[in-house]
Design a protein around this ligand. Structure first.
Ligand code: HEC
Ligand code: HEC
Length: 212
């Protein structure tokens, strides 16, 4: 009974979110404002304050040094607020994040997103494997990853930045999309990765993580 109610709530929550995202993807004035608005210094300062409980895992400037934990520096604000919303509502369950995403208000999410968007992504330290990098580059072009993530893989709107993300996290995320194991994820990613082997995904992760 309770489980059914919970599922119903989740479905309604998801439906609302999809409508909001569709409105943005149509490129309405809100979308234009999100991509072009000048950084709001007051929001960034509030966001830095509110990000303090997160730094043990995600790093002081959103550059993670922990395996399996994504970097957040330079992510589009709408990607951050969307994912935090999904986590707060239990639609994308991440056990490590539960105590932290749960108490956030919508305003907190926006301030944190403003702070993170203003942070500079640190280059990944891993040495580049030339063959794997070239294979990943070919695959990314052939599969048009830049059509949504933008040609420099900096992300836009609800679509994440991939350039400079931790290699292990990129691979983990793609494996989850292929297995349909990231709840509430946008279905565009299962389609984008259709037919790619595990080795292809490893090459893509290496290439994208080594991009600046
Ligand atoms: C105890 C460690 C921990 C803390 C503290 C933590 N996170 Fe996370 N966070 C994670 C992990 C691990 C993931 C990746 C989950 C997965 O594998 O899907 C994650 C994922 C995320 C994501 C999704 C990013 C992406 O690229 O998919 C966002 C956004 C995020 N965290 C924001 C925050 C914010 C904001 C806070 C503080 C309010 C916070 N996190 C606190 C561990 C943590
Ligand atoms: C049709 C648009 C589209 C295309 C094409 C696309 N993506 Fe995505 N991608 C998205 C969206 C939207 C998300 C966020 C989905 C979610 O809610 O989890 C995403 C998320 C991701 C993530 C998760 C990153 C994170 O921080 O959580 C990875 C990795 C990724 N995409 C890699 C790729 C690769 C590699 C390709 C090309 C093979 C690709 N994408 C093609 C739209 C797209």
């Amino acid at each position: 009974m309770i489980a059914t109610e919970r599922r119903g709530r989740r479905r309604r929550g998801l439906a609302v979110l999809r409508i909001l995202l569709a409105a943005c993807a149509l490129g309405g004035p809100a979308a234009a404002a999100e991509t072009r608005a000048p950084p709001d210094a007051a929001a960034i300062a509030r966001g830095q304050e509110k990000f303090q409980p997160c730094i043990a895992c995600h790093g002081a400037t959103g550059n993670s040094e922990i395996a399996g934990t994504p970097s957040l520096a330079g992510q589009p604000p709408l990607f951050i607020t969307t994912q935090l919303f999904l986590m707060r509502e239990g639609l994308r369950p991440v056990p490590a994040m539960e105590p932290f995403a749960g108490p956030l208000s919508d305003a907190d999410m926006q301030d944190i997103a403003a702070f993170l968007a203003a942070q500079r992504p640190a280059p990944q330290p891993a040495p580049r494997n030339a063959a794997l990098f070239a294979q990943g580059q070919r695959l990314a072009r052939r599969h048009n990853c830049g059509a949504c993530h933008l040609p420099g893989y900096h992300g836009q709107l609800q679509i994440p930045r991939l350039a400079g993300q931790r290699e292990d996290y990129l691979l983990h995320a793609m494996v989850e999309y292929q297995a349909d194991a990231r709840p509430a994820a946008d279905t565009s990613m299962s389609a984008a990765l259709f037919g790619l082997s595990r080795q292809d995904l490893a090459a893509l992760a290496h290439y994208l993580s080594q991009r600046r």
